[in-house]
Design a protein around this ligand. Structure first.
Ligand SMILES: O=C(O)c1cc(C(=O)O)c2c(n1)C(=O)C(=O)c1cc(C(=O)O)[nH]c1-2
Length: 267
């Protein structure tokens, strides 16, 4: 007599329909995606955190990552625009508040621009998005569109790369402080703040996904969404490496010397 297979993803139910993975196994599957695919494994991060980046490579990273920072609250607004449940909206909107903040104190966006200033860039230039590489824009836009168009469960699952972010933020704070003169409490305030902001988002997002992915199909889709998001992050660093470490700077992208704060430009 054939017994149902023990391995959960393919376990057969008497109904003949494949059963979802148990909660803990599904969570382990999501975490494994991070272990294998998160951008902490990208060589650009080793270079940045290890102090091998030139000042212009750091600037290129700050300029291009601005695209991600600036689009995060927009993708969260796209998410909110699709949510009918006031309680879910109430919880999710804190993500926008974290990044935008109030008029006086600002939020993550303003803290990112403080980093831009610290590395010698004109914050207005960075905020204009002018020097961002096309590949970076394409990757980030793909994320915003994904969240706008795909099922809410997949959109939440895509945000779960944040489960892996605190580790890289802590590594970054330590590495930058050790290796670069511009690094101090003000310039790194973005990352310091994320250490306390992200855990609430992660706890909520993970529980939401574990609760709502109640079929194997939904679990597969959520895992695929998380993989897609790791691709979004990885592709940005590939573009950065090619453009500024290899020196194949694409047309229209920032060139060293452009967009500098006036004092540093020697004007
Ligand atoms: O520095 C990083 O490596 C990193 C990664 C990620 C991520 O994993 O998507 C986020 C952040 N930082 C971050 O600061 C942040 O606010 C954030 C929001 C989100 C999201 O998908 O909603 N990811 C991330």
């Amino acid at each position: 007599m054939t017994q149902p297979a023990a391995s959960a993803p393919f376990a057969e139910h008497p109904s003949g329909r494949a059963q979802p993975q148990p909660r803990s196994e599904f969570e382990a599957r999501l975490r494994q995606i991070g272990a294998e695919r998160y951008h902490d494994l990208h060589p650009f991060h080793a270079r940045l955190h290890g102090g091998q980046c030139s000042p212009d490579e750091v600037r290129a990273w700050v300029i291009n990552r601005w695209q991600y920072q600036s689009r995060i609250p927009m993708k969260d607004a796209a998410f909110l625009s699709r949510v009918e449940d006031p309680q879910l909206r109430r919880i999710w909107r804190s993500r926008i508040e974290d990044h935008d903040g109030g008029v006086d104190e600002g939020g993550g966006i303003r803290r990112w621009l403080a980093l831009a200033q610290a590395v010698g860039l004109d914050p207005d230039y960075v905020a204009s998005g002018k020097g961002v590489m096309a590949a970076t824009r394409f990757a980030v836009d793909a994320y915003v569109r994904f969240v706008r168009d795909m099922p809410l469960l997949d959109a939440v699952a895509a945000s779960l790369t944040e489960m892996f972010a605190p580790k890289i933020h802590a590594q970054r704070i330590e590495g930058l402080l050790q290796h670069y003169d511009f690094a101090d409490d003000t310039s790194l305030s973005y990352f310091k703040r994320r250490l306390s902001e992200a855990p609430k988002d992660v706890a909520f997002g993970l529980n939401y996904v574990l609760d709502h992915a109640d079929t194997l199909e939904k679990q597969d889709a959520a895992a695929a969404a998380l993989s897609f998001k790791t691709d979004v992050l990885w592709a940005q660093l590939d573009a950065l490496w090619n453009g500024y470490v290899e020196g194949n700077t694409p047309p229209g992208a920032w060139r060293p010397g452009e967009g500098m704060a006036r004092a540093q430009a020697g004007a």
